[in-house]
Every structure is written in structure tokens, then in C-alpha cells.
Design a protein around this ligand. Structure first.
Ligand SMILES: [Zn+2]
Length: 90
């Protein structure tokens, strides 16, 4: 049997080449997914970011970095009123 190939194993995680840090944020309330992009080379963001779906406070910005969040994964919507009635339910 051939020996296992080694080589692409010295890649350091978390290295940002362009001063941009990307991460994923998940709302603990409605489980909506957000892509978080942090830029070091721009003036910082002041304020706070709330969930677009449930208005839950996800992060506060102190102006140390420029942070942008974009909704990527919509939470599973709960069907409150179904148009089709289920006979015999209940
Ligand atoms: Zn939420």
C-alpha cells in the first residue's frame, strides 16, 4: 500500500490576508443565520445589530472595527394558520 501523502497540512487557521475577517453568526432565538464580515481598514461601526426576524440583540459595535452582517439563512417559519384544514385533528 502507498504511504499517506503529506504536504498541505501546515495551513494556519484564522489568517486574514486582506484585513477581512469572516464568520457566521446564528441567532439564538430564531436560529437565523448571518454572515459576519469585519473590516479592519475602514472606520468602525457604532451601534448595535438586531436580528432582522425576531429583533433579538445579536451584537453591539464599539467602533473598533467596521462590521457588516447579512442575513444568509432564513429561519424556519411556523405556519400559524393553515389554509387547508385537517379533518379529524384534535
Ligand atoms: Zn432572531
Amino acid at each position: 500500500m502507498p504511504p499517506p501523502e503529506t504536504g498541505w497540512n501546515s495551513r494556519a487557521p484564522g489568517v486574514n490576508l486582506t484585513g477581512m475577517k469572516k464568520s457566521d453568526v446564528t441567532c439564538p432565538e430564531c436560529h437565523a443565520g448571518y454572515r459576519r464580515i469585519e473590516l479592519q481598514s475602514k472606520p468602525g461601526t457604532l451601534g448595535e445589530f438586531r436580528c432582522l426576524t425576531c429583533d433579538h440583540l445579536l451584537e453591539t459595535f464599539d467602533g473598533s472595527a467596521n462590521v457588516a452582517l447579512r442575513l444568509t439563512v432564513q429561519p424556519a417559519k411556523k405556519a400559524k394558520n393553515s389554509s387547508h384544514g385537517v379533518p379529524g385533528a384534535g
